[in-house]
Write a protein that binds this ligand. Structure first.
Ligand code: CO
Length: 139
């Protein structure tokens, strides 16, 4: 069963430009540093909001999985929604038993928060790419 909404993933052609928008137009004040996750093919930066985070993702390298998304959405756009789960392996097995497609090998990868994550195909999730993430300590 899903828990808290952890973050909303937003693809952008430029994290720097997106940070300006969140800061100067929307008035957000808390941002992480931008860092690269070469294995995932993304630059990442989190915008901290009172009840959740926005995960800004920008392509890193030519094989980035979000090049295709940005080709269809050149200005960027809402890319995925991430929910916390108590047990990522149990959640994956449950989703599979219910007929859902887990992206990639299905083995959890370490996500931007340093905990294991999986992605569930949008065709099974009402058109939304869903990230499930092992609940971090303290959440
Ligand atoms: Co995410």
């Amino acid at each position: 069963m899903i828990g808290r909404l952890n973050h909303i993933g937003v693809a952008t052609p430029s994290i720097d430009e997106s940070v300006k928008m969140y800061r100067d137009i929307l008035g957000a004040t808390k941002f992480t540093e931008k860092w690269s996750m070469p294995e995932q093919g993304v630059w990442v930066c989190f915008v901290d909001l009172p009840n959740t985070q926005i995960e800004l993702i920008e392509p890193y390298g030519e094989d980035s999985p979000i090049h295709g998304f940005l080709a269809k959405n050149p200005k960027g756009g809402q890319h995925h929604v991430c929910y916390e789960v108590d047990d990522i392996i149990a959640a994956r097995d449950d989703m599979r038993a219910k007929g859902c497609t887990i992206l990639g090998t299905g083995e959890p990868r370490i996500g931007a928060h340093g905990v294991p994550v999986i992605f569930v195909h949008p065709k099974d999730m009402g058109g939304i790419l869903v990230e499930l993430m092992q609940k971090p300590e303290g959440h």
